[in-house]
Design a protein around this ligand. Structure first.
Ligand code: DAH
Length: 347
């Protein structure tokens, strides 16, 4: 076998070994590329006589043609193999059953919110909705939380790089409590001519935001605010409302309630509300479910009402927490990851 036949054989073997179009192009470069072996042979002809150039030149050209046709063949083979693999991968099995249009369902937290609205609705509470991008004034100042007061740091807020029409700073509301003030002011204005003012009884469920993230805190979470104001509304009423609510919500009368002294700028006195189940996996453990208290006179004044005359209570509870307790889920993040394998269990 002469050197040219050997070269053809080496090229054919190299091409066959190339498993992908990219590898094949690399192999091609080793032969017919700028410094490939065929190109080198052609350059080497400069030293030959005119007679030798003729025969050697013709032989090298023939070699080149062989190599090129081997290359074309291999290119086609690779393209066909690729097409076949693709067809195999995309094969349609017409014997498989068709895909059903999936049926959606309510998110477990939405179920809780519906339950809360239904239960409070049955106790005569209105349901109010309000903005999630809220002024600093409604979020803090109106709630007896003065500017630069350290109590503001109880809620690590997301500030928004915008202002409202009056030039007031805006934030993502860190709680639903601004809705107390919005609703009460509107109520007071609507019924300005009625004396005494019809009682305010409202809940305001919705999304709230804080710079917070772990197994039991999410930067976006839900709250449900509650407010009951009248001429003679007391802590006794708050206790009755909460007892009824939690027993109905958890479908058990075997449930204890306790009020633990606490601090909120917008209530005085303030209390955390804990519940304990008499049965089940959480039996006997005190679980914090809400903050509450008698609305502070300064806040009642911001409602546009006379605190000497109107009094009542407010509360804020966590529907996410209630959902976790009701379904026995221990990681809050699961609710907001959007994983259908988790969410579809609640349908
Ligand atoms: N806004 C409070 C919080 O986010 C919860 C709260 C406590 C709301 C007491 C109230 C209340 O209306 O009276 O922690």
């Amino acid at each position: 076998m002469n050197d040219l036949e050997e070269l053809v054989q080496a090229a054919v073997a190299d091409f066959a070994a190339a498993g992908t179009p990219a590898q094949l192009e690399d192999a091609k470069a080793r032969y017919t590329g700028k410094s490939g072996r065929v190109t080198e042979l052609l350059k080497g002809m400069a030293a030959l006589s005119a007679e030798e150039k003729k025969t050697r030149g013709a032989a090298i050209n023939e070699t080149k043609r062989y190599i090129e046709s081997a290359l074309t063949e291999r290119r086609q083979a690779l393209a066909e193999a690729q097409l076949e693999a693709q067809l195999r991968a995309e094969a349609l099995d017409v014997t498989l059953p068709g895909r059903q249009a999936g049926q959606g369902g309510l998110h477990p937290v939405s179920r809780t919110l519906e339950r809360i609205e239904q239960i409070f609705g049955s106790m005569g509470f209105d349901v109010a909705d309000g903005p999630e991008i809220e002024t600093d004034w409604y979020s803090f100042t109106a709630l007896n939380n003065p500017e630069n007061h350290p109590a503001r740091s109880m809620q690590d807020t997301f500030y928004v790089d915008m202002q409202d029409e009056a030039g007031r700073p805006l934030c993502l509301r860190p709680h639903t409590s601004p809705m107390q003030v919005r609703y009460a002011r509107q109520h007071a204005a609507t019924h300005a001519a009625t004396d005494p003012l019809p009682e305010i009884r409202v809940i305001a469920p919705g999304r709230t935001y804080r710079v917070d993230s772990d197994a039991t805190h999410s930067p976006m979470f839900h709250q449900c605010e509650g407010l009951w104001i009248g001429e003679n509304v007391s802590f006794k009423d708050l206790k009755a409302v909460f007892s009824d609510f939690f027993r109905t919500f958890f479908e058990t009368d075997d449930l204890q309630l306790r009020f633990r002294p606490s601090f909120f700028p917008f209530t005085e006195p303030s209390a955390e509300v804990d519940i304990a189940f008499a049965q089940g996996p959480l039996k006997g453990r005190w679980l914090e479910v809400a903050g509450s208290g008698q609305v502070h006179p300064n806040v009642v004044r911001n409602f546009g009402l006379d605190p000497e005359r109107y009094i009542g209570f407010a509360f804020g509870m966590g529907p996410d927490r209630l959902t976790m307790l009701r379904y026995g889920v221990n990681d809050l993040r699961l609710f907001f990851d959007g994983d259908l394998r988790f969410l579809s269990q609640f349908q």
